[in-house]
Design a protein around this ligand. Structure first.
Ligand code: CAP
Ligand code: MG
Length: 422
């Protein structure tokens, strides 16, 4: 036998007027069979603030003041206001254990999605935000207008550290700004982190000398937190400017720690979002990628993947544009918090560049793996083709026209055309 306890409706109050420093969460809720949306909303507000499954023998006025309120319901969307005092500043795990915690598993709820949050400004400001942001990164690389260009060696795993560094050299000499590690390349038996770091930075310095351009390396330090700190320090010693972190698999606490460490070391953070789709992809259950982007910006990453629309991974145009907006807006509470460089990646090749840039603009990082390393004449030609495709866009020259004088671009277009490969 399962019983309903009706005090949950005390957490629903349509007359409540949200305060300036309340945290507002917008949920999409599908109640389980036999429960109304109000009953489900009350349970969400209760379990994510001060309540539990039963009435309590004592509830002091000061605890009552901390009750979250579901104050607006529109079909399946529910807005809940949380008093500021419920949260510990500078503690993202605590904030998420509240608003994105037990509630996802309640029996009274068939499915639940945390769609959006309005952050109290003082809670947001208790975190660091990006250290470099779009402008800082552009200054660092001395690239003022065009998109930044990155490439991840493919095959993603199995290259030795020497091979990896040689791939980097080709990417840089071919015209790209950034070499990126793949999300699952860390320090394996075939490619040790320290060896890779030393050799790749050596090749980076060589490429910088030969091209006269700034070149950098997004080296993946993802690991257990103390080991990440050790790797970040090594990157700094070797003359790196960036670390890459798989932010979701590493966790928000680790990211907060690394944000502090990178502050001291003066390193930028490239955030890879591997695993996000496990909880962002369903439109019925989990959390929106928009929120992942906001949390990342608040803690303070400098670059984050947003998707491509035209590439291999699932994302609508609207979603990707909203993500870009979340990372770069200066409106509302975001004023003064640096912008995160949006990274567009996943199944990109030169034939998709015009569509990609006309949709997302040129203030992005374009990241291409297979579309560089699958070039018929090899990676260096693939990198050149990408740089040429970007130059053609920046100079308003149609791709096919530009391809007449770029063999590398021509060959890439012959192989991939303009279509998407999934
Ligand atoms: C891209 C990539 C990235 C994805 C992740 C890959 O390589 O390195 O991990 O972009 O997705 O391994 O797939 P390709 P997202 O250029 O060869 O596709 O950017 O959406 O987070
Ligand atoms: Mg990858």
């Amino acid at each position: 036998m399962e019983e309903k306890v009706e005090w949950y409706l005390d957490f629903v109050d349509f007359s409540y007027r949200a305060k300036n420093d309340d945290l507002i969460a917008k949920f999409k809720i599908k109640p389980a069979k036999g429960f109304s949306i109000d009953e489900a909303a009350g349970r969400v507000a209760s379990e994510s603030s001060v309540g539990t499954w039963t009435t309590l023998a004592s509830l002091t006025p000061s605890v009552k003041e901390l009750m979250a309120k579901a104050y607006k319901i529109d079909n399946s969307f529910v807005w809940v206001a949380y008093p500021y005092t419920l949260f510990e500043p500078r503690n993202m795990p605590q904030i998420l254990s509240s608003i994105a915690g037990n509630i996802f598993g309640m029996k009274a709820i068939a499915s639940l999605r945390l769609e959006d949050v309005v952050w109290p400004e003082k809670l947001m400001r208790s975190f660091k935000g990006p250290k470099f942001g779009v402008e800082g990164i552009r200054d660092l690389l001395k690239v003022t207008k065009r998109p930044l260009l990155a490439s991840v060696p493919k095959p993603k795993l199995g290259l030795t550290h020497k091979e990896h560094a040689a791939y980097g050299y080709d990417a840089w000499i071919g015209g790209l700004d950034l070499l990126k590690d793949d999300e699952n390349l860390t320090s394996q038996s075939f490619n040790n982190f320290e060896f890779r770091a030393k050799e790749t930075f050596r090749m980076r310095d060589k490429a910088e000398k030969e091209t006269g351009e700034r070149k950098s390396y997004l080296i993946n330090i993802t690991s257990e937190t103390k080991e990440m700190i050790r790797r970040a320090k090594l990157v700094k010693e070797l003359g790196g400017e960036y670390v890459m972190i798989d932010i979701i698999t590493s966790g928000w606490s680790a990211l907060q720690t690394l944000r502090d460490v990178c502050d001291e070391l003066g390193l930028a953070i490239h955030a890879h979002r591997a695993f996000h789709a496990a909880f962002t992809r369903s439109i019925e259950h989990g959390m929106s990628m928009n929120l992942v982007a906001e949390i990342s910006r608040i803690i303070g990453v400098d670059q984050l993947h947003i998707g491509t629309v035209v590439g291999k991974l699932e994302a609508s145009k609207e979603e990707v544009l909203t993500l870009k907006e979340k990372l770069t807006t200066s409106r509302n509470g975001w004023k003064g918090m640096k912008k995160v460089f949006p990274v567009s990646s996943g199944g990109l090749h030169v034939g998709l560049i015009p569509r990609l840039l006309s949709m997302l603009g040129t203030d992005i990082v374009v990241q291409v793996g297979g579309g560089v390393w699958g070039h018929p004449s090899g990676g260096r030609a693939g990198a050149r083709a990408l740089r040429d495709a970007i130059d053609s866009y920046m100079n308003n020259i149609p791709l096919d026209e530009y391809a007449k004088k770029s063999r590398e671009l021509r060959e890439a277009l012959q192989k991939w055309g303009r279509q998407t490969y999934i």
